[in-house]
Write a protein that binds this ligand. Structure first.
Ligand code: FES
Ligand SMILES: [Fe+2]
Length: 433
């Protein structure tokens, strides 16, 4: 059976190029070209609408943002649980998509390994999409070459004794993978030890000192919602990084957290974020402001952190739970979002009921998705053009600068050495009047 490929035809060499062709961002001179990316906050503008709507830009991003970034593929403990594994044995192998590259995660022991899901014989996939297994070897379904969990070729039927054939030359391609506070991050575009791969600690940079006190690795999954949002992943991220919109669309949020509160962090790394305050007497982000959970030890009881690690993990750290949004772009105008609530383990077979947090954030998520979907429709209008950043949108500007650096083939990791906060990141409607 053949299927019609509806993707736009494009010279594959353009997709391989680490610099986004500028004509894809400015088709037919519809929007001013100019180096919008380099302008400082206050004089720069939003991204051109094609950045959010063009299938070509989307395909380029799949390779150069997601496959060639440190993309979060989920929590390791959750990735090891198989949907069809009645024995409860942890998985030894699982397929994940990282941008446009298929990857097999394996666990030969305590170590985690990432392998290209591409056989070294004739490139058949070793495991099908979303597949997983508890076997100790990877066997290609095409001609039965088999590999161990470290990717070494063990059997190549019919090749035994063949002159010039060295199994050691035909192992699966190993890819960089990192653990960080319970999550796994894969860099799928380059082999392990390739010097183009950003050092992970440098990439995370100063984010670690903000996230570490919450010890997400010690928390357990309390609840999860998944959403398919009809908006580009950058629209969702930009919306996350400003509360300028809060007074208009989030009445529940404004009851517990002043939308003009907080400040942005200015630390090194490939991330953007800041914190906001809880109102006096409020314990957490919930409809009532009360917590039905347990406070996390050693973290602020009066603030909530909103942190976006490039490219796809948003971490919202509360006094009593950590919520994440993990984004998987599906098309230029659709994004799958996994929203997870992580709560403290309390033992004795008991667990925290996170309903209070889920109720609040599901309301807020849906308010945000509605706005993001409207923005996406607006961006597809021939009359859309990049607007200026307002005073409360400096974190959006910081994110757009990461995008712009990536489009220009530059590293996205900021190397700020200082830790002084920038001006308030949350909106200040008073300053706009
Ligand atoms: S393609 Fe995998 S064994 Fe032939
Ligand atoms: Fe919002």
């Amino acid at each position: 059976m053949t299927q019609t490929d509806t993707r736009p035809s494009v010279d594959p060499r353009l997709l391989e190029r680490p610099v986004l062709p500028t004509e894809w961002l400015h088709p037919a001179g519809r929007e001013p070209s100019g180096d919008w990316a380099r302008l400082p906050f206050g004089s720069s503008r939003m991204l051109p609408s094609a950045a959010y709507t063009s299938p070509l830009v989307f395909r380029w991003e799949q390779r150069h943002v997601f496959a060639a970034g440190w993309t979060c593929v989920g929590r390791e403990d959750e990735l090891r649980v198989g949907p069809d594994e009645p024995s409860g044995r942890p998985l030894t192998q699982r397929v994940v998509a990282v941008g446009d590259v298929s990857v097999v995660l394996t666990w030969p022991g305590d170590e985690v390994v990432a392998l290209a899901n591409t056989c070294r014989h004739r490139a058949h996939e070793l495991l099908a999409e979303d597949d997983s297994a508890t076997r100790q070897s990877l066997v290609c379904p095409y001609h039965a070459w088999s590999y161990d969990l470290a990717g070494r070729l063990r059997q190549a039927p019919g090749y035994h004794g063949m002159a010039g054939f060295e199994p050691a030359d035909h192992g699966l391609v190993r890819l960089p993978v990192q653990r960080w506070h319970g999550w796994l991050f894969v860099h799928a575009a380059s082999p392990l030890s390739d010097p183009v791969v950003a050092d992970f600690d440098t990439y995370v940079g100063g984010l670690d000192e903000i996230v570490s006190p919450y010890a997400p690795e010690d928390l357990e999954l309390g609840a999860r919602h998944t959403y398919e949002v009809a908006a580009n992943w950058k629209v969702i991220t930009e919306n996350y990084h400003e509360c300028y919109h809060c007074p208009l669309i989030h009445p529940e949020l404004c009851q517990v957290s002043p939308p003009e509160s907080g400040h942005n962090h200015d630390l090194a790394g490939a991330w953007v974020g800041g914190c906001m305050d809880l109102r006096d007497g409020m314990e957490t982000m919930s409809v009532t402001g009360r917590s039905d959970g347990r406070p996390l030890a050693g973290v602020s009881r009066t603030t909530v952190e909103y942190l976006g690690l490039w490219p796809n993990l948003l971490i919202s750290a509360h006094p009593d739970y950590v919520m994440t949004h993990r984004m998987v772009p599906l098309t230029a105008d659709r994004t799958w979002v996994e929203c997870s609530w992580y709560v403290p383990r309390i033992g004795d077979g008991q667990s925290v009921d996170p309903s209070y947090a889920v109720e609040f954030w599901d309301i807020t998520n849906r308010q945000d998705w509605k706005a993001c979907e409207s923005v996406q429709r607006g961006l597809s209008s021939p009359h859309a053009s990049p607007g200026p950043f307002g005073p409360g949108e400096d974190a959006v500007h910081a994110f757009v600068q990461l995008v712009a650096r990536c489009y220009q083939g530059q590293p996205v990791t900021r190397d700020h050495a200082g830790s002084a906060p920038t001006t308030a990141g949350a909106p200040s409607p008073g300053r706009l009047r």
